[in-house]
Design a binder for this molecule. Structure first.
Ligand code: NI
Ligand code: MN
Length: 229
């Protein structure tokens, strides 16, 4: 499988029959290296959302509408898209559950972050989640917006993680020091990609500090990269 980190919160996992998109944020993303049209021209299997903030769900409606891919998210986010956006190809899950979509399994894990869904007019809230995606070959862990929590310790009991995406920004979620602890002590992935930084000034971080912290222990993949697992 091929994994593309499109910047900020947006990851694409290419498996044999198409692409899985996690938190697609293209429009208004100042660091994006692709565009909506090139995403729409791909075979999109599904979009998975970790939580309801705009920098994670922004382009979801357009992509779902155009490709009719399945939207996988929490019960409340699914209800938002069902009731407010009239999307119908939805799969609602929640924390703790895992579901087999054929060539991949998705599991939602508890995260600590904000609950608000979408725009200011929306009254929907939801539990934010991390996600684990299992394919026949690999386990991928996607932590997005969360602080370091002891729930991360549980991961190594259930899964051996081949690749983890961990935020290293500050102000809103965990930052470099926390991400080093998450990598070394909690999740213990084989590879790790630092994410969710330098999109705006408020989330400035130096990935080299993170790399220094886990150097010689884990294989790090730099930002803007793609990897074949
Ligand atoms: Ni957020
Ligand atoms: Mn975010």
């Amino acid at each position: 499988m091929n994994i593309i980190y499109h910047s900020h919160s947006f990851v694409e996992i290419e498996i044999k029959d198409g692409s899985i998109l996690i938190d697609p944020f293209i429009t208004w993303n100042p660091t994006i290296k692709t565009n909506l049209n090139s995403i729409l021209n791909k075979k999109i299997l599904s979009i998975i959302l970790t939580h309801g903030h705009n920098d994670h769900i922004w382009d979801t409606f357009k992509i779902c509408k155009k490709t009719n891919c399945i939207l996988i998210s929490t019960f409340e986010i699914s209800n938002y898209f069902w009731n407010e956006k009239w999307l119908t190809n939805l799969h609602a899950m929640h924390i703790g559950w895992e579901f087999n979509f054929g060539n991949y399994i998705v599991k939602f894990v508890y995260a600590t972050h904000g609950w608000w869904v979408a725009d200011m007019k929306s009254w929907y809230t939801t539990n934010p989640a991390w996600i684990i995606i299992r394919t026949e070959e690999k386990n991928i862990y996607h932590a997005w917006d969360t602080w370091l929590t002891q729930e991360m310790l549980l991961l190594s009991k259930y899964d051996s993680i081949d690749l983890a995406f961990l935020p290293i920004w500050w102000n809103f979620t965990m930052w470099i020091k926390d991400a080093i602890i998450a990598t070394k002590d909690f999740i213990k992935p084989k590879k790790v990609i630092p994410i969710h930084y330098n999109t705006w000034n408020i989330i400035k971080a130096n990935p080299k500090e993170f790399i220094k912290g886990v150097w010689n222990i884990w294989q790090i993949i730099e930002i803007w990269d793609s990897i074949t697992l």
